[in-house]
Design a protein. Structure first.
Length: 305
């Protein structure tokens, strides 16, 4: 990695993976730290295997909807936009059209290939462990929000969901590019939290139940293959190890299944920003492109083609 994304001093030469128990999916029966000040608990269940491997205990796998493809639920984003269409400026009747295109990078605590992925056209299932803990990053290569130029901006979302919680809602914190002015930061937050409708509202934001905050931060994202990385102040660090080879197509619901990408193994995923505190070695990640649009701009592009 370049000097701007140094490896943590705590990084071990070998990844620290949980031991697999016989006859049970990896990590399901191990008590582990969930979040600061929460009790530890045992985790069970036979269906933690990924879509690319058979059931580990010989039992049929449950039919679970992939967590990256959750159906919309009313009121998912407090105070957020509820519709799929472009956002209207209150009282003005003016519709804000927008589009962002660029590169996407993520890391989570599942082992590759993440069981939430769609692999070879097969839909994903539930996360490997009771908690899915993650960091997601977007680099906007081209884009606009109304007349506001969004090119070159960065954003990162860190959070988790609990597979045992009804509805499997997400709890997240969003970091927006500190280099941007206030209107651009607000536009990034509106788009990536689903308040501006469009593609994110269809892909993933209906799952968000609680937003711990939106914080301007110094963000670095590296997309070079095999050297990917994320750095957000001292709060989030992701360092890639290598691509995870797969002959089958792999896609993720967050950038969209129409943008297949590449599974990764990360050397480290570390988030330390209360109440989000977790650290993993040798777990999975994903890299792809994305193309997010408001409803009206999406329809207009279709008509032009």
């Amino acid at each position: 990695m370049p000097a701007s994304l140094p490896l943590s001093a705590r990084l071990h030469h070998a990844p620290q993976l949980r031991q697999r128990s016989r006859g049970r999916p990896p990590g399901r029966d191990l008590a582990r730290r969930l979040l600061p000040r929460l009790l530890l608990g045992p985790h069970g269940g036979p269906d933690g295997d990924g879509p690319d491997e058979p059931a580990l205990d010989g039992c049929p796998r449950g039919a679970h909807l992939g967590r990256e493809e959750l159906a919309p639920r009313p009121g998912a984003v407090p105070g957020g936009w509820r519709g799929d269409g472009p956002r209207r400026d209150p009282g003005s009747g003016v519709v804000t059209e927008w589009r962002l295109t660029g590169r996407y990078l993520e890391a989570c605590n599942c082992e590759a290939i993440c069981p939430c992925r769609r692999v070879g056209g097969r839909d994903g299932g539930r996360a490997q462990f009771q908690l899915c803990q993650f960091a997601l990053a977007w680099t906007v290569d081209t884009g606009h929000f109304g007349e506001v130029d969004m090119a070159g901006l960065l954003a990162v979302m860190a959070g988790y969901w609990d597979e045992d919680e009804s509805g499997v809602p997400w709890r997240v914190r969003l970091y927006v590019d500190a280099r941007a002015d206030a209107p651009r930061q607000a536009a990034l937050a509106d788009i990536l939290l689903g308040r501006a409708g469009g593609t994110p509202a269809r892909n993933y934001t209906a799952a968000i139940k609680e937003v711990y905050g939106v914080r301007p931060a110094r963000i670095e994202v590296i997309h070079e293959r095999g050297r990917q990385g994320i750095r957000v102040d001292d709060a989030v660090t992701v360092v890639a190890r290598a691509p995870f080879m797969s002959e089958a197509s792999v896609s993720c619901g967050i950038p969209g299944h129409d943008h297949p990408g590449e599974e990764l193994v990360h050397e480290m995923l570390e988030v330390d920003d209360d109440p989000l505190t977790f650290e993993f070695r040798g777990r999975c990640g994903f890299a792809a492109s994305f193309d997010y649009t408001s409803e009206s701009s999406h329809l207009r592009q279709g008509a032009e083609h």
